[in-house]
Design a protein around this ligand. Sequence first.
Ligand code: SF4
Ligand code: SF4
Length: 367
Amino acid sequence: MKVIKIEKKEWTGGIDKSRGKYLLFGPVKESDSENEKSCVGNRSCPADSDRYIFKQLFADQFPEMGGVDTVLSPKSLIFPQTEKMLQTTLDTSVADHHIMKRVDTDYSPRAVIGIRPYDARALTLVNLNFDTEDYRDPYWCDAYEATTFIGLAVNNPSEFDFSTSMGSSPFGEEGLDVLLVDNGDEFIAKVITDKGQAFLDAAGFSKVADESAIKEIERLKAAAEKAITAKVGTGNLKRREILELHEAPFWNDIAFACINCGTCTFVCPTCWCFDIQDETKGKSSVRFRNWDSCMFPLFTLHGSGHNPRGEKVQRVRQRFMHKLKYFLDKYDQGTMCVGCGRCVQSCPVNIDIREVCNIMNSYEPER
Ligand code: SF4
Ligand code: SF4
């Protein structure tokens, strides 16, 4: 394993150098006006907290590397909330009129700097859905492959972090190309893939660290994992029958307070539901893909008027069953929750997936 030492006084110079080869993205503070527009939770009021989101970093902009947690995950950089897929025109004077063609998108190399290990792992789980043996979603695959993920270890996990219960770690490496560890006046960079090495080369970060850096990573990792106090049980989910959980008596209680706002699904790094819409203007037409949510009644409404998940309790059950049972059974890669805690922090009625998971995991049906 190669480990590089990056002194913080060299950081901005290296980032600037990397702009020659990469489009850069990273966490930045929302402007005050954006804060007001996107207030979503009862536990994270913008009036008393700073909020960060992932955005493209243009000249003179640098990622915030001070250990911030972003209100939204960087999922939207690979799977945008609204994405143009196809376009056409009925104008016969234009070449290829009446033919739906893929919209040109810039997939030149990009680097996401400061992504948290649980978010990088979350993207590997979404990848299981979009990049399969039977079908490769070209929009997701092209963006995912063009991206280099430069992670930032979580030295001080928040009270909402339960990643260690869900197969992740504050210092996890899955889905990352480089893992940066904040060590005071320097970052220690663990090189995980060739893509990661290429980014460090482009930035000019090349000072090889000694053995003591590896020991320091292990010390910080152990301290961060110990600081996560939430313990969520998942060990029984696999052996439980789907129908036993589906028919369990606790769903009405869990769903009672839910207002189906969809916030939990929009902040989640592993939710991938979408809807496709065609928009026309004059002779031009564009096909869009937009994030959707299983918590919205319209999501499952059939053209016939029938809705298989017309009741709130059915939608709430679907969300938790998909995350904690269906995905687990289908892919055998753990739950479709990485324990980032965003939905816990943002739900306006305090529905807590940690509690729901514990209820599902400890449920013993009467025989
Ligand atoms: S669980 Fe909470 S965040 Fe999710 S839809 Fe219901 S009320 Fe909204
Ligand atoms: S379900 Fe909640 S805690 Fe789990 S990954 Fe999604 S937002 Fe994070």
